[in-house]
Design a protein around this ligand. Structure first.
Ligand code: BDR
Ligand code: CA
Length: 319
């Protein structure tokens, strides 16, 4: 069983990531920390508590992390995830749990340090503010981490600006602190947009997800449909929404169903041209002499991915 900690900003795809992690017996979720991003910190934290209630995992401790990035102004994504960060359904239950008292990074450090060296996997699916702070304040945590599997970045084109993907753009300085941290070399896996745009929740997938038509499955389909509509409207992606964050959990579960490439990756934090700020510069062809610091996920077996997700849906629905 793989111990993991999830740092997220639910968020439709973050919610599905919680579902896959929380309803797969091979994964033990030590805790969930939340960060601003898709909506305000209050909203993303509340969404995490409500969604964990929906999947019968109120036993997982939830913490409130950073409400703002390190240096840049705060950005939300109501155009993609709605004002609440998780719009689109009335079937989401009220939270039957509260966030725990105390600082998120302190709880993360405690939980990860209690794991054997090189064993715990950290999964950030939002801005990297909490993660940058964690390793700055508690560098000793790195020795207990097996991998940091980040949803973020792009090798080619971003989704906020031409250069930048949302999670990295939210806090580029935090992202560069994480990717550039020498104590994490060899441990960082980046799951970029090119990969997550193969995890499309097509109408066929949603049909399987919504059958039989239980209230729980209906709620999931309503959430995914809202997400599909915003992707169609904003990006003209009409095949269905990409389940970005879920790909990280899939990697934790079945790394053998992924192809990765080790390369130098840096984050642009200053530029004369604003649209490249937050860009993850990926030296795909080894163009840099600097140490290769990041394993980039290049390909995944999409069939295996949906099998895992739909199995988790079934387990959650049967509880
Ligand atoms: C990322 O941005 C957020 O809106 C999603 O939850 C995902 O983590 C994709 O760029
Ligand atoms: Ca997210």
């Amino acid at each position: 069983v793989q111990d993991i900690w999830i740092d997220c900003d639910p968020g439709h795809d973050d919610a599905f990531a919680l579902l896959l992690a929380g309803q797969t017996p091979e994964i033990n979720v030590l805790g969930v920390s939340t960060v601003y991003g898709n909506s305000s910190l209050d909203h993303t934290c509340q969404n995490a508590c409500r969604f964990l209630t929906a999947i019968h995992r109120t036993d997982i401790p939830v913490y409130k992390g950073a409400s703002h990035p390190l240096l840049v102004p705060t950005l939300y994504a109501p155009n993609i995830h709605g004002e609440s960060g998780l719009d689109g359904t009335n079937l989401l239950p009220k939270a039957a749990m509260k966030p725990r008292e105390g600082k998120a990074i302190e709880a993360m450090a405690k939980a990860i340090l209690s794991c054997q060296p090189d064993t715990c996997t950290l999964v950030p699916t939002g801005a990297l503010t909490n993660i940058a702070l964690l390793f700055a304040v508690y560098p000793e945590v790195a020795a207990h981490v097996k991998e940091v599997v980040i949803m973020g970045g792009a090798m080619t084109t971003g989704n906020v600006t031409s250069g930048a993907e949302f999670n990295i753009y939210c806090d580029p300085h935090a992202a560069q602190m994480v990717l550039n941290n020498p104590i994490l070399v060899g441990k960082i896996v980046l799951v970029p947009l090119e990969l997550t745009h193969t995890a499309i929740a097509t109408p066929e997938v949603l049909k399987r997800m919504g059958t039989p038509r239980t209230p729980f499955r209906t709620m999931l389909v309503e959430l995914a449909t809202f997400f599909a509509d915003t992707y169609a409207r904003v990006f003209n992606v009409t095949s269905g929404p990409p389940m970005h964050d879920v790909c990280c959990i899939a990697y934790v579960l079945r790394p053998d169903s992924f192809e990765t490439k080790l390369m130098r990756v840096d984050v642009v934090t200053a530029a004369s041209e604003p649209s490249v700020i937050g860009r993850t510069v990926c030296h795909v062809w080894g163009q840099s002499d600097l140490v290769k610091n990041v394993k980039v996920a290049m390909k995944m077996d999409v069939e295996v991915f949906w099998e895992m997700v739909l199995d988790a849906v079934e387990r959650a629905d049967n509880r």
